[in-house]
Each structure stands twice: as C-alpha cells, then as structure tokens.
Design a protein around this ligand. Structure first.
Ligand SMILES: Cc1ncc(COP(=O)(O)O)c(C=O)c1O
Length: 426
C-alpha cells in the first residue's frame, strides 16, 4: 500500500523508534510505540488486559495513619494516574498531570509560575483561548503578558524582564503553522529565571519532544490528537522538574481541575493508536497540502512539508519524521468564497477541533480566534478567508475529491453572482 512506502521514505517510524525510554518503566527499556500500547502497570495472571476505570470518588483508609496513595478523586485517582504514567514516560519525564481540559492545564501552569506583578512572554501566533486566558483573566489578576513573534528568538530575549516567570510558546502555531526554534529559545530562557512551556498539542510527543529540545514543560490539549476520537476532553502537563510538578499537583487539588476517570480512561485507550494515527494523518495532510498547493484557485497553503515552506530546515531539525496533520489555506476570492467552500463539503466537516480521525475544517477567524482583535488576526495572517484543515484517517483521495467538488462549487457561485451582478448593472 502506498502508505507504507511513503512512510518508510520519510523515516517516520525509525525517527520515533530509535530512542529507548527509562528503565524504571514497567516495560523496561521499551520503545516509544510499545509504551503507547503497554499497560501503565505490569499485569499478572487473570488481570484485565485493558485497565479498568476506577470511578470511585473516595478511597477507604485503614486508619488515620494510612499511607494510601489515593484518598479522594479531586486530588488523585488510579485511572487518571495510569494515563499520567503513560504520558510521562513518552517524554522520559515524571508522571504527567492530567486536567479536565487543555485550558485547565494552562490555567494551572500560569497559576504555578506567575503571581500578581509577574510577567509572561507568549507567542503571538498561539491558540486563541490562550490569548484570551492571559488577556481577559490573568491580566485582571495582575499578571502582565507580552505577545511576541517567537519565530524570531531575539524577540523572546528582548521581552524578558526580571519579573518574567513564564515563556509560553506554541509551535507549530495555530493556525498558520509558523515554527519557533525551541533549542534557541530554551537557551535564552534557561539563562533567565523563567520557565519555558511549549504547547505541543499539534505534533504530540510522537513528532516533537519539547523537553528534549530544552523546554521545562510540555503542554497538551489531549482533547485533540492524543485522545483522537473526539470523545474526551482533557489537558496534560509533562515535566522533569519535581518541585514544579508538586506545585502543579497542589494547585490542581485546590482548584478542582483534575480530569474525570472516564475521560482519562477514554484517553488512555486513544493513546494506544497515537503513533499510527498521527503518522498516517500527517502523511495524508502532506498529500492534501501538495494538492492544494497545485490548485489554481488556492492562493496560499501552509504546511511545513511543502517545498516552499519558509522554515523547512527548522521543521526537519525539530520534528521527528513528520510535520503534523494540520494544514491551512486560503482560496483566491476571499471570505465569501471560503464561506461557500465550507458549505459545500460533504466528507470533510466544519467543526471547531483538530486531531480527530475525521477530516475537519475550521474557520479560524470566527471560531478558534474570534477573541483575537481583527487587526491582530490580520497581522498574524489569520484572514477571514483562511481555512484550517485537520486531516483525518479517510483515504486522502476522498478528502481531495471532496475539496475539489466544494472548491469548484464555490467557483460556480462566483460565476452565477457575476451574471447576476452584470444583469443588475445593465
Ligand atoms: C493548540 C491548542 N492548545 C490548547 C487548546 C485548549 O484545549 P481544550 O479545548 O482541551 O481546553 C486548544 C484547543 O483547541 C488548542 O488547539
């Protein structure tokens, strides 16, 4: 099948398999893909193959001196802990901390690092919800944020102040897929008192390992690729810093932001197929991006795999064998054309989401980035015509056929309107 050859050529599986992980894991020195599938704890005779969900909100203690690990599920829960073990070992890190959503994880991270009077540096090209959280919630609590172009590392250096406690970078960025050089930024941030957090939602640890590149924390909306089937919300923070983890654990307990056991269980099951899904979806995205780039009606396409992608060298150095399943593009003809295309698709669906097994289209300006003022969206390249595509597991030829019909349909409307306009003018 074409998929196998394409992937072998891209070195996908070799790239993620060359590294062995901590011997302390129950699977010994197992490789990445095995760690995604392996149960979080060793299983013995008669144990269920698939970890059970522990829904109990509370746990019995022997007495007041009980050393029980789990006491109350707002603090910790065995099913959530199982997901945390699995996610942590994918980055050779401490057990992750899982949250109800990606934004709950980001909230805990900011609370853990910054207080009133402190300062945060954040990528300008970032998920709209992150911008909103910093501008409309933390600003009122006295945490100042500067948004900079992190694709230019010296902008990070210039924005650092003595009171900067957190540098938050998203790469590839949502939705224009510009890249920030994590090694360079980590060197800058590590020379200061701030910590570097990287939103790795789009690539996941399969295709990018922020901690290996020097970050202190990897941030995830597990709602996206990690769970992968659009059935569970979740967020995760992964770090090797024990003191930071302890503070995050405490804040999660205080704010009640932990993921529910059922959502964690769904995510654990999704994780088993993460390497396969993201590799295939990434390869499918490359194919769709190439097709879009060759289409006469398409004005702009963003995907790091494309030959003309301005940061191609960085993409190859920083990503592990693939560039992710998210593509964005604009049709010549602007917003109205985009609107018609979004109405015209059949297989692909319009939804505010990425990372699902279904191909989804998003209109970033009115959906994910609606909270970002228009002039800032324009400066970031998020025009009203920009469409974000999260390519799924369908045969990419069907995705292309669907887009081809929808693009042609939107053109026909152009022609019809032109006739109407001319008739009206006569
Ligand atoms: C890159 C990125 N980070 C964080 C989030 C927030 O995640 P959640 O929706 O799980 O709160 C999203 C959501 O779309 C996202 O795309």
């Amino acid at each position: 099948m074409e998929f196998t050859a394409a992937h072998a050529a891209a070195g996908f599986r070799d790239a993620v398999r060359t590294r062995t992980y901590g011997m302390s894991s129950p699977t010994g020195g197992a490789r990445f893909d095995s760690l995604c599938v392996a149960p979080p704890s060793p299983t013995g005779d008669g144990d269920p193959l698939v970890a059970s969900i522990v829904q109990s909100t509370t746990f019995v203690r022997d007495g007041l001196e009980s050393g029980a690990v789990h006491r109350y599920s707002r603090e910790s829960n065995p099913t959530v802990a199982a997901l945390e073990r699995s996610l942590g070992r994918l980055e050779d890190a401490l057990d992750a901390l899982c949250f109800a959503t990606g934004l709950a994880a980001e909230t805990a991270l900011i609370l853990a690092t910054a207080r009133s009077g402190d300062h945060v540096v954040c990528s300008r090209a970032v998920y709209g919800g992150t911008t909103r959280l910093l501008r409309q919630v933390f600003a009122d609590l006295g945490v100042d944020a500067t948004f900079v172009d992190t694709t230019v590392p010296c902008e990070v250096a210039n924005a650092l102040r003595p009171e900067t406690k957190l540098v938050f970078v998203e790469t590839p960025s949502n939705p224009t897929l510009v890249l920030s050089d994590l090694r360079e930024i980590a060197a800058i941030v590590r020379a200061s008192r701030a910590i570097l957090a990287v939103d790795n939602t789009f690539l996941t640890p399969v295709l990018q390992q922020p901690l290996e590149l020097g970050a202190h924390v990897s941030v995830y909306s597990t709602t996206k690729f990690i769970e992968g089937h659009s059935v569970a919300l979740g967020g995760a923070l992964v770090t090797r810093d024990a003191a930071l983890r302890e503070r995050l654990f405490f804040l999660r307990k205080c704010t009640g932001a932990i993921q529910s056991p059922f959502q964690a269980w769904l995510t654990l099951n999704g994780l088993k197929t993460l390497p396969l899904r993201i590799e295939r979806q990434s390869a499918n995205a490359e194919r769709v991006a190439r097709w879009l780039a060759g289409h006469e009606d398409v004005a702009v396409v963003h995907h790091p795999s494309l030959p003309g992608f301005p940061q191609r060298q960085l993409a190859d150095a920083q990503h592990r064998g693939g560039h992710g399943a998210v593509v964005s593009f604009e049709l010549a003809g602007g917003q109205e054309r985009a609107r018609r295309l979004l109405r015209g698709v059949r297989l692909c669906r319009l939804a505010e989401h990425v990372g699902s097994v279904e191909t989804l289209l998003t209109h970033s300006a009115s959906m994910t980035h609606a909270a970002v003022p228009r002039e800032e969206r324009d400066a970031l390249g998020i025009s009203d015509a920009l469409i974000r595509l999260s390519v799924g597991l369908e045969d990419p030829r069907d995705v292309i056929d669907d887009l081809a019909v929808a693009i042609a349909g939107s053109r026909a409307c152009d022609a019809q309107e032109e006739v109407i306009r001319c008739a009206a003018a006569e």
